[in-house]
Ligand binder design. Structure first.
Ligand code: NDP
Ligand code: 2IT
Length: 444
């Protein structure tokens, strides 16, 4: 049997429950056929692919915490240290009730290739918990973060593993987590976590970085097709950190953002979001308000229980969560003339949706490449913490812009070299660097 198919079948047999991990593994492995064929004997002999799909380490721990009434609850904490060949494990923490080990493995696997694409020395990791921050008081969130870090601290460090935020984890939680780490360690190692406030070693532009990076990547995709962002009608999903950064930069560059969403439905702004709407997104995110509030406050149309993909737009930019755009959504978008898709959230398109876009010639900017700006600025935050210095907004933004352009360039070059899609080109570029480092370091 073909080496790639063999590795994939074994992993499905070994971990039958981990559907999201199967999905990302299949997507990546399927893009490597031509690359593996060039050197199959070497890769097989070194069990390179078997090692690539098995995390170096998965840590699972009990996280008890006390609610405001004195009742104790128990959640499960995770940290998957997937691949440390090119640098310390790096990746966010997700607090969401859907989190399981398989979710963490899928995200940490994706992170390995994404981090490699940034060109910066960071390995792949991800962590989190099935804790649901929605409906919790500030004190409950704080007690949860303290408990989570009281176990996590022994597995992380500025040269070892560096967490950050993700879905459900933003600056506030990062502050509580770092405070507890510092207390336990008794030394000021602020490079241990990124996404910090500016007052204790955070980087300028980190909150905006993922969304700005998506915009810069989209600009490259458009330029490549002889198009420009100015005047484009764009559907964004989600209403959190990533959606906010993307809406802000795309609007500044002349695009019209016509939708935002959450699990309850979406809002429609036919003339495009205005500055006051984008500012209000921050309040919605921090107070966990439903997007329907845009309707009460600004009179925008709210469509309950539906996704934004039913609208006629030039570009779709999913920024909420995994598998939020399926084959039916893809058919709708194509029927309505969508030009391209730029993925903001991790793995937003199902495999069937991606295949459909490919079959209809719709270019897809893959999340591993398009949303790498967040982790890239996290790595720049680590650099600033190491040299005990802080770069200006302009300096960080310019570095981010250069990194995103370079990610597009690498992905495009690989897609041309191997006659594959842009998404597959990104996987190949990310893979080659990690594989090279793994082979040169022996058999770990
Ligand atoms: P946030 O928690 O800030 O925001 C997530 C948003 O998506 C919220 O508005 C949330 O609504 C909404 N949402 C969640 N689940 C669904 C769903 N099933 N259907 C519709 N809307 C949903 O997270 P981020 O913005 O940080 O992350 C969004 C995505 O981007 C994730 O996939 C994350 O992994 C990825 N990402 C994040 C980076 C970062 O730096 N933060 C970097 C790169 C990728 P509600 O709050 O009501 O649930
Ligand atoms: O998915 C991601 O790239 C993130 N959540 C950001 C990770 C990071 O370490 O900044």
């Amino acid at each position: 049997m073909n080496y790639i198919d063999e590795v994939y079948e074994n992993l499905v047999r070994k971990y039958p429950e981990e559907k999201e991990f199967h999905q990302t593994a299949k997507e990546v492995l399927d893009s490597l056929y031509k690359v593996i064929a060039e050197n199959e004997e070497l890769y097989r002999k070194n069990a390179l692919l078997e090692r690539l799909v098995e995390p170096e380490r998965s840590i699972v721990f009990r996280t008890p915490w006390e609610d405001d009434k004195g009742q104790i609850h128990v959640n499960t904490g995770y940290r998957v240290q997937f691949n440390g060949a090119i640098g310390p494990y790096k990746g966010g923490l997700r607090f969401h009730p859907s989190v399981r080990l398989g979710t963490m493995k899928f995200l940490a696997f994706e992170q390995t290739f994404k981090n490699s694409l940034t060109g910066l020395p960071i390995g792949g990791g991800k962590g989190g918990s099935d804790f649901d921050p929605i409906g919790k008081s500030d004190n409950e969130i704080k007690r949860f973060c303290v408990s989570f870090m009281t176990e996590l601290y022994r597995h992380i460090g500025p040269d070892r593993d560096v967490p950050a935020g993700d879905l459900g984890v933003s600056g506030k939680e990062i502050g509580y987590l770092f405070g507890q780490y510092r207390r336990i360690r008794g030394s000021y190692e602020n490079g241990v976590i990124t996404g910090k406030d500016l007052s204790f070693g955070g980087s300028k532009i980190r909150p905006e970085a993922t969304g700005f990076g998506i915009t810069y990547f989209l600009q490259e995709m458009l330029r490549d097709k002889g198009e420009e962002l100015n005047g484009k009608k764009i559907a964004i999903s989600g209403c959190g950190n990533v959606a906010w950064g993307a809406a802000q930069k795309m609007t500044e560059l002349g695009a019209k953002i016509v939708t935002l969403s959450d699990p309850s439905g979406y809002i429609y702004a036919p003339e495009g979001l205005r500055e006051e709407h984008i500012r209000y997104m921050l309040q919605v995110r921090s107070a966990n308000l439903p997007v329907g509030n845009f309707s009460e406050k600004f009179g925008l149309e709210f469509v309950p229980g539906k996704r934004p993909w039913e609208r006629t737009v030039d570009i779709a930019v999913p920024c909420a969560t995994q598998n939020e755009l399926d084959r039916r959504d893809a058919e709708n978008l194509v029927k309505n003339g969508v030009l391209m898709i730029c993925e903001g959230s991790n793995m937003p398109c199902t495999l069937e949706a991606t295949e459909y876009f490919d079959s209809r010639g719709v270019t897809l900017g893959p999340s591993k490449a398009a949303n790498a700006g967040g982790v890239a600025v996290s790595a720049l935050e680590m650099s600033q913490d190491s040299i005990r210095y802080s770069w200006t907004e302009k300096e960080v933004d310019e570095k981010l812009h250069g990194i995103m352009k370079n990610i597009f360039k690498q992905s495009k070059e690989m897609s041309e070299k191997y006659s594959v899609t842009l998404a597959q080109g990104a996987n190949i570029a990310g893979f080659l660097k990690v594989a090279d480092a793994m082979l040169k370091q022996g058999n770990y």
